[in-house]
Ligand binder design. Structure first.
Ligand SMILES: *Cc1c(COP(=O)(O)O)cnc(C)c1O
Length: 426
């Protein structure tokens, strides 16, 4: 089989294919390293499943109150074990990552408490959760104040300002691992550990919460390994392995997780209620596949960075930097660039490949957003997707790919569409 002709039949011209192959040859050591991390994490998940004696009985559907749901409880123990945390809350009643973060924050902050973001502004959707943008039911409306210390111009932590910002009122700090829709670097787990140690040295009882979205299984350790009291994320990103149709997780200290349970359901009920509605097979199997799926997405991100860097675009992280999440930012410099890029990603999708992405308004975001996604799970961003707010410098955030081959095809098609639109030269 001639691969070049095969790709041509799929809409990728010979010159784009050759360009991809040239770049790929240089990436072999990086891909091997990603595979080794996946191997380690696969064994970590497997060991947790073995230790907690997963059996077919764990997959039974429950309805109604969901009392004595052994499969649900065991899945939470497996998450806690894998993350080396005391306890976990993992269930379909947590509707998304923002919800998981909102539960973790509002369960553990009381009127008069202050939340500190020591590493810059949190993710866009948290602005309304916190009340940075006025919003009904925000923390602010409930008497929780907010303080923020921005990163230094070189992207490092401003330790002097952080020390000054931690007061008697500071109950909790929120650290976001991934860059999200910003152009700052993503933090390594080790860096996060250093920041947590610094905050705890200043105030030992401070609660450190890490927004771990997009970071799970990219490294061999997680924030919970370096002192995070709460580690939070979404199941339609890395840890759901593409199979979880909904859900979020919160791992951490038993007492804090108990409170999250009370906030999620009701005081007095906590983790005891919450039927699994037949979703446990997907949640278990997705978690089992998550290390491999994450590695595939990581390879896609590395490939995209190297291709677009060679085409002269600013990419974050750059082609050779170490990775701490699966997001690849590519600054295309124009709305036309964002449209062409997203068109290519969309065309490569197994679902909705025939639609053309156009910018639109999104709840929680303050500018129009373009999204390319053709996912089995709506909005899933562990599946191949590209999105970004339509505002200068016109950066798309590319992520996911349940398999490396799909990610590769999507990236090659994005280059093809950029070429077709006259935005690049090979
Ligand atoms: C995706 C994401 C969130 C929010 O998750 P949703 O599931 O979209 O609500 C929060 N923080 C970061 C860093 C994210 O990437």
């Amino acid at each position: 089989m001639d691969r070049r002709e095969h790709y041509a039949s799929l809409g990728v011209s010979g010159e784009v294919f050759d360009f991809g192959e040239r770049v790929l040859r240089e990436l072999e050591p990086r891909f091997r390293a990603a595979d080794e991390v996946a191997e380690y994490n696969q064994n970590k998940v497997l060991a947790a499943m073995k230790k907690h004696r997963v059996s077919a009985a764990c997959f039974a559907a429950t309805t109604g109150y969901g009392y004595n749901d052994e499969g649900r409880d065991k899945l939470e123990e497996i998450y806690a074990e894998t993350f080396h945390a005391e306890a976990a809350l993992v269930r379909p009643q947590i509707t998304c990552g923002t919800h998981a973060l909102a539960v973790a924050l509002s369960a553990n902050l009381l009127p008069g408490d202050e939340l500190l973001a020591p590493a810059g502004k949190p993710y866009d959707t948290l602005e309304e959760v916190i009340g940075i943008r006025p919003s009904p039911c925000s923390l602010r409306e409930n008497g929780v104040s907010y303080r923020q210390v921005d990163l230094l111009p070189d992207g490092s932590f401003d330790y002097d300002a952080i020390a000054a910002a931690i007061t008697d009122k500071t109950k909790m700090v929120e650290i976001q691992r991934s860059k999200g829709y910003a152009t700052r670097p993503t933090f390594s787990v080790q860096q996060i550990g250093e920041l947590i140690a610094f905050c705890k040295a200043k105030k030992p009882d401070i609660i450190c919460m890490v927004d771990n979205c997009y970071g799970e299984f990219v490294e061999t350790i997680e924030p919970s390994d370096v002192g995070a009291d709460l580690t939070v994320g979404s199941l339609i990103k890395n840890p759901g392995g593409g199979l979880a149709p909904i859900g979020g997780y919160i791992c951490g200290r038993r007492d804090l997780i108990d409170r999250c349970g009370y906030r999620l359901s009701a005081p007095g009920l906590g983790q005891e209620v919450g039927a699994n509605l037949g979703l446990l097979p997907a949640l278990y199997q997705g978690f089992f596949l998550a290390p491999t799926v994450t590695a595939g997405a990581l390879k896609g991100a590395i490939f995209a960075a190297n291709l677009y860097e060679k085409l002269g675009f600013a990419v974050h992280p750059n082609g050779s930097e170490p990775r701490h999440d699966i997001i690849q930012a590519v600054t295309l410099g124009s709305p036309e660039g964002m449209l062409a890029f997203c068109k290519g990603i969309q065309e490569a999708a197994p679902v909705d490949s025939y639609v053309t992405p156009i910018p639109g308004d999104m709840p929680g975001y303050d500018s129009q957003v373009i999204m390319a996604a053709g996912a089995f799970v709506q909005g899933s961003s562990i599946e191949l997707s590209a999105d970004g707010p339509i505002r200068p410098p016109y950066t798309v955030f590319f992520q996911g790919g349940l398999t490396w081959y799909h990610a590769k095809y999507g990236i090659l098609l994005s280059v093809q569409r950029m070429l077709d639109a006259g935005l690049i030269q090979l």
